[in-house]
Design a protein around this ligand. Structure first.
Ligand code: ADP
Length: 159
């Protein structure tokens, strides 16, 4: 059987412990993961795409996990990588509508690609990259919400 690999896409600006939890749990279901960082220049970008890739690599450090970047359609990137499973995390009901639409749109674009959802653990449901960015920017404590290397990068950025 060929190795079962899933794509875990997102912005990861910055990577949080919520993301890491999905990666660790995803590795129990798949032989490997491709963490795919979306190159989508957002107005309130904190770390560049290259910085996010480095932060993810530093935080994960597991040879079953590759970190890559992509732009454009997710299904095209999945086809390019020869992967037909997309892994996403679900935090709250508010995530559901968008995720449901996106999963269906992606299935319409390529019926071979399935999206799988993992519900977040009770320790992580309130963590989002956006809140981490905002709290860190305002000088709040984000220890425990992000991996150590991200904590250091945030401290440096907002010193
Ligand atoms: P965010 O929504 O925090 O900016 P991303 O776009 O980088 O994050 O999210 C990538 C994927 O990780 C999405 O499927 C998102 O739902 C999931 N995710 C983000 N934060 C968490 C969390 N705390 N627990 C579980 N999944 C999460």
């Amino acid at each position: 059987m060929p190795p079962r690999i899933a794509l875990y896409p997102g912005s990861f600006d910055p990577p949080t412990n919520g993301h890491l939890s999905i990666i660790q749990r995803g590795l129990k279901m798949f032989d490997g993961l491709i963490v795919a960082v979306l190159k989508n220049p957002a107005k309130d970008e904190l770390f560049s795409v290259e910085e996010r890739v480095q932060l993810l690599r530093g935080a994960v450090n597991d040879k079953r996990v590759q970190v890559k970047t992509f732009s454009g359609l997710l299904v095209k990137f999945a086809q390019q990588e020869g992967v037909n499973a997309v892994l996403r995390g679900l935090r709250a009901v508010s995530d559901f509508e968008y995720e449901f639409q996106m999963a269906n749109m992606n299935r319409k674009l390529d019926p071979e690609i399935e999206t799988l959802f993992m519900m977040t653990g009770e320790d992580y449901f309130y963590i989002s990259s956006r809140f981490v960015r905002d709290v860190a920017r305002l000088g709040g404590e984000v220890r425990g919400l992000v991996p150590q290397n991200v904590l250091e990068a945030l401290k440096k950025r907002f010193k």
